[in-house]
Write a new protein. Structure first.
Length: 49
């Protein structure tokens, strides 16, 4: 990655712990949301065809 002159730990003004929590929540929501859509599509295929 490009070196922008920042220390190895990143920029001190960034809350990296909160960033990680937000990213993990987004990934979890995406997984569960995808699963829910798949279940709805399966149910639609069963009951509407």
């Amino acid at each position: 990655m490009a070196d922008h002159g920042l220390a190895q730990g990143g920029h001190p003004a960034m809350d990296y712990a909160e960033h990680e929590r937000t990213y993990r929540a987004f990934v979890s929501f995406a997984k569960w949301g995808t699963g829910a859509v798949i279940v709805v599509l399966i149910l639609m295929a069963i009951f509407l065809l």
